[in-house]
Write a protein that binds this ligand. Sequence first.
Ligand SMILES: NC(=O)c1ccc[n+]([C@@H]2O[C@H](COP(=O)([O-])OP(=O)(O)OC[C@H]3O[C@@H](n4cnc5c(N)ncnc54)[C@H](OP(=O)(O)O)[C@@H]3O)[C@@H](O)[C@H]2O)c1
Length: 340
Amino acid sequence: MGYKVVVVGATGNVGREMLNILAEREFPVDELAALASRRSLGTEVSFGDKTLKTKDLAAFDFTGWDIALFAVGSEATKEYAPKAARTGCVVIDNSSLYRYDPDVPLVVPEVNADAVMGYTKKNIIANPNCSTAQMVVALKPLHDRATIKRVVVSTYQSVSGSGKEGMDELWDQTKSIYNPVTEVPPKKYPKQIAFNVIPHIDVFLDDGSTKEEWKMVAETKKIVDPKIKVTATCVRVPVFVGHAESINIEFEEFLDEDEARDILREAPGIMVVDKREDGGYITPVECVGDFATFISRIRQDSTIDNGLNLWCVSDNLRKGAALNAVQIAEVLGQKALKKG
Ligand SMILES: NC(=O)c1ccc[n+]([C@@H]2O[C@H](COP(=O)([O-])OP(=O)(O)OC[C@H]3O[C@@H](n4cnc5c(N)ncnc54)[C@H](OP(=O)(O)O)[C@@H]3O)[C@@H](O)[C@H]2O)c1
């Protein structure tokens, strides 16, 4: 016996990937509803070897459905997630709306799977920001061994992290540079993204940081340990899928680079590819469609007593969103919504 599952935002980048991952991981689905806006009514989406027609979220009744995987942005989530949750359907949400709510668990199953049980307060579980998800998978096993004091992270984030419109803008702008007849001015991004990098994701805050950077700080504290200090610089790069991060970590205790490599090799969700030779590391194009968080370039930081540097790459639509959401559903199934 399986679950009645709703995928909300099924025509989007994350929604389509959630459908793929539910099928790939053979999540026990008895019935599946694919929802999007009225604009997409009847649009066909794939679920394994089946084709489903999308229904209108505004007209959908969640009564009797077990789990709803939401990927529609904060505005639509605010309107529809509480409605779904009130019917008894457990919402697993990809937007940032509930991540900092003390009554909503923020979960990365490799790190804090037990926190899932906090869902009962609101019937909602939050998925973290894509850049946080892959980073905490890497930090947790190292924190358990040597206690992290401070993290300095710089991100190289792909355009799929800002939805379908971001991917279209990179594609159209790139073509327009080769064929200048059609100019494609920046619309989704504040500056040209093709052949450029932009040190600005989400809105600016009073202290000069951006909301994306703040999210990495606040979410790492909520998921791993409130004592960890994080400082982040988040940058959008002209890559379609796959986020990369350069992470510098300062520990309480000394951690040798070889031991760190061994710890990461054994850790859940991680694949270490770290050969000190040409191409002996992972780049974003190589991680697309994969489940793992890839770690390369593990090395001592000799400028401080207990420091390490590493390079972390993952498919942002998968570990950064869809895969993490499906993993949460799997944990929920094992711990709470047992079937058959
Ligand atoms: N992309 C990432 O790496 C990533 C990572 C973590 C979290 N997230 C979060 O996941 C969510 C979705 O992101 P995405 O990248 O998949 O965006 P996207 O590609 O732009 O897709 C958005 C989806 O939401 C639907 N939608 C939007 N407004 C709606 C409304 N009022 N009613 C019903 N459906 C509506 C769209 O339906 P139509 O096609 O009908 O418009 C589409 O299916 C966002 O909250 C985002 O912040 C994304």
